[in-house]
Design a protein around this ligand. Sequence first.
Ligand SMILES: NC(=O)c1ccc[n+]([C@@H]2O[C@H](COP(=O)([O-])OP(=O)(O)OC[C@H]3O[C@@H](n4cnc5c(N)ncnc54)[C@H](O)[C@@H]3O)[C@@H](O)[C@H]2O)c1
Length: 338
Amino acid sequence: MLEIAVLGAGHWGPNLIRSFNDERRSNVRWIVDTNPQRLEAAASRFPAVMVTSDPHRVFTDECVDAVVIATPTASHAELVRAALKAGKHVMVEKPLSHDSKSSAELIKLAEEKNLVLLVGHIFLYNPAVQWVKRVLESGDLGRTYYIASSRTNLGPIRGDVSAAWDLASQDIAIFNYWMGSEPISVSAVGQAWLNEGIPDAVFATMRYPGNTLANLHVSWLNPDKVRQITVVAANKMLTYDDMSSNEPIRLYDKKVTDLKGEEFIDTFAGFRSVVHTGDITIPPVRMGEPLQTECAQFIDCIESGSAPLSGGPEGLAVVRVLEAMDRSMAEMGREVKL
Ligand SMILES: NC(=O)c1ccc[n+]([C@@H]2O[C@H](COP(=O)([O-])OP(=O)(O)OC[C@H]3O[C@@H](n4cnc5c(N)ncnc54)[C@H](O)[C@@H]3O)[C@@H](O)[C@H]2O)c1
C-alpha cells in the first residue's frame, strides 16, 4: 500500500484525496495546507487522514512514499524539489512550475533520484483525447491542417496565474500529445481587465512541424462554458466536445477533393463538385474517469519504474510554450520561435 501526502486542499486537492483513497493500492496519510480554514475543512471531510500546515512534516515522515501537490503554481518548484530531495515520488498539478529553468532542474533531480515525476495534465488520460490520438496516428484523417480550441467559462477567476497558465496549459498538453511534437513558434494576444497583469482571456496560435496550425481561445470571462476542439485534416475532420459526456466525438467524412485549377468557382454545383460530404459518425468512446486513470498511472509508474504519459519532459514542453506565449503577448502578438 502506497502512503500518500496531498499538499493543497483548496478547490482541486480534495478530488485528488478522494481519488487516491478510492485507489485500492494507495492510502492518503497526510493532508497539508498552510491555510487554517482549508485545513480544518479537509480534516472534517476526511477524518481518517492526519493534517498539518507544515509540508516538512510529511517530507521527513519515512512512511510517506509519494507526495501529490495541488498548491498554486508559484509554489510548485520549491515543493517538488523538497519532496524529491526527501526521496518521495511526486505528482504535481499542472503546470509543472512557473518557468522552464526550474522545470528542467526538477526533471534532472527526479532522474538522479530515480523517482517518478508526473505532471497532472489530466486531459491526456481522457478516453476521448486518447481516441483522437489513435485516429490521428492511424493516418485515417490524412495530414492535419489545423486544430482550433475553445476553453471558456465565467470563472473560476484566478488571482495568481493568467488564463494561459491556468487554462491553455490543458490545450497545449493535448496539442503536443496529438501532434507527437512541440510547436515551432507561437503568437499570442491577451488582455487583463479584472486583475492588473493577469490576462483574463488569451488568443494564441501555435505552428507545429508540417505547417499544422493550432489555435486556442481561453477565457474565464465568457458567458458560456465551452470545451470544444475541432481538427481539420485532409481526408476527414472531427470535433471533440468535452461537455458531452456520452458522445464527445463527431467524425465528419468531409474534405475538399479537387480544385480543378479553376480560378473562380461561382456556382453551387461547381462548389459541390470540389467538396466531398459523406456521413457524420459518432464513434463509441469508452467511459472512464480521467482523474482516476491519472492517479492509477502514477501508482503503476512507481510500481513498474515506467515513464508516465505526462511526465516531467511533457510538463516542461508545456511550460516552454507558456513562456513563449507570455513573451509574444508582451510584444503585441509577435511570433516567438521556440
Ligand atoms: N487538473 C485540473 O483539472 C485542475 C483543476 C483545478 C486546478 N488545478 C491545479 O491545481 C493546483 C491548485 O489549484 P486550486 O484551484 O485547487 O487552487 P486553490 O488556490 O483553490 O488551492 C490551493 C491550496 O493550496 C494551499 N497552499 C498554498 N501554498 C501552500 C504550501 N506551500 N503548502 C501547502 N498548501 C499550500 C492554499 O492554502 C490553498 O488551500 C493548481 O496548480 C491548478 O492549476 C488542476
